[in-house]
Write a protein that binds this ligand. Structure first.
Ligand SMILES: Cc1ncc(COP(=O)(O)O)c(C=O)c1O
Length: 415
């Protein structure tokens, strides 16, 4: 294998530089441990933005993937294949019901959800007299729904869309967790609300208890759609299969990405009863949404197996217990170290908000903590400069977690 330096040089010459990458090249990964080309190991508490929900190269997933690779990879969606149906069944029965459409990423899934909302708004025009019926989609500030053209509009972070205007019209962003702000946008054009049950890129923001239920009520009263973006929170990350189950609120459309593919590129639009016919080519008289490689057999076989492993190994209660223990430990640390302002999240989706102005803070940004941790063999993440994020694989052991937290606490206290 090439050296790290050679890999970086080739990257610099032949790849666009979309990401600020650390000068580390990972050669192998297993469980919660990454190993670079020089043999240095990193404990992975971020799992590739949460996608490695069962850790790296989980033996059951490897077996499922390899077995499928030796059978059939891809035949196109004019034919049936069993793995798609198995994954769709898992998502429907573990979730709110619904029928799945498979694509490749979180943004891709949200594009599909937005298309469903637009179609629904043409059929359910309400008081709208305009040519396009109802089309406005309300989302939250600090939300993240993707970087494709439509999802940039739904994404609340304005820097994401800078320079790409004009964007498709019909999106407004209002404060997260603020029902009055939503209500202010409920005119005759409003057709859907899209929200993350817990904001991920925005800083692990958990909504107030009644927030999602109130959104559900608004959507029911106004014949609008509630789209829950579970790209970060889905597939056991928060200690339930899907985060909306914490609040017992059912969406009309749920989108998945990241963890559902376990590291392979999978996106899912799970459409509820009110909307699934809008993707039915027979009922609509034409194809309203499609993609070539969505639902390829290998990704599907791996993803379907992931749900079975979560169930078999009781990883949901495990994620809940581990998450509570991590939060308790970090809150105790915060009592003596005011640099930690808040510890929040559910299951193994945890945010640690820092206060760089607090007494004892040696850093100006959480990214300095991330760098220190990396030097000491620990991978965590920071968003918005001040929120450290932990999203380890659900299979992490107590010993690994303790080891990781010790490194992080040392880095936070400048030791
Ligand atoms: C909640 C949420 N939705 C959608 C996306 C977009 O997913 P992808 O990067 O797979 O396109 C992300 C990515 O971080 C996300 O956090």
């Amino acid at each position: 294998m090439a050296t790290t330096q050679q890999i970086i040089e080739r990257h610099d010459q032949y790849m666009t530089h979309n990401f600020s990458r650390y000068p580390i090249a990972i050669a192998e990964a297993s469980g919660c441990v990454l190993t670079d080309g020089d043999g240095k190991q990193y404990l992975d508490l971020f799992a590739g933005f949460g996608a490695g929900i069962l850790g790296h190269c989980h033996p059951d997933l490897v077996t499922a993937g390899v077995k499928q690779m030796n059978k059939v990879w891809h035949v196109g969606n004019l034919l049936h294949t069993e793995p798609q149906t198995l994954l769709a069944e898992q998502i429907s029965t573990k979730g709110f019901g619904g029928k799945s459409f498979f694509c490749h990423s979180g943004a891709d899934a949200n594009e599909g959800a937005i298309k469903l909302a637009r179609l629904y708004g043409k059929q359910h025009r309400g008081k709208s007299t305009g040519e396009f019926g109802r089309f406005k989609i309300i989302s939250a500030t600090q939300s993240f729904h993707g970087r494709t053209f439509a999802t940039m509009g739904a994404t609340g972070n304005v820097t994401v869309r800078q320079g790409f205007e004009p964007l498709p019209p019909g999106f407004v962003n209002v404060a997260f967790n603020d029902i009055a702000a939503i209500e202010a946008e409920l005119d005759e054009t409003a057709i859907a609300i899209i929200v993350e049950p817990i904001q991920g890129e925005g800083g692990i923001n958990v909504p107030d208890e009644g927030y999602l239920a109130k959104l559900r009520k608004i959507c029911d009263e106004r014949d609008m759609l509630l789209i829950l973006d579970e790209v970060w929170t889905g597939c056991g990350r928060t200690g339930k299969y899907f985060a909306h189950q914490h609040w017992d609120v059912k969406p009309d459309v749920m989108t998945l990405g990241k963890a559902v593919g376990c590291g392979l590129p999978v996106g899912v639009v799970c459409a509820g009863e009110r909307v699934w016919d809008l993707f039915d080519n027979t009922k609509m008289g034409r194809v309203t949404h499609a993609t070539t490689l969505g639902g390829n057999c290998v990704s599907m076989a791996v993803a379907a197996r992931m749900f079975e492993v979560i169930e078999r190994d009781e990883l949901l209660p495990r994620a809940t217990r581990a998450g509570e223990a991590i939060k308790a430990r970090l809150r105790k640390f915060a009592e003596k170290h005011p640099v930690v302002k808040d510890v929040r999240g559910k299951g193994l989706f945890i945010g640690v908000e820092l206060d760089p102005a607090a007494e004892g803070a040696w850093f100006t940004s959480g990214n300095e903590i991330v760098s220190q941790c990396l030097e000491r063999g620990l991978l965590i993440n920071c968003t918005h400069n001040t929120v450290l994020r932990l999203a380890p694989p659900l299979v992490i052991t107590d010993e690994e977690m303790d080891r990781g937290l010790e490194v992080m606490e040392k880095a936070l206290s400048g030791k």
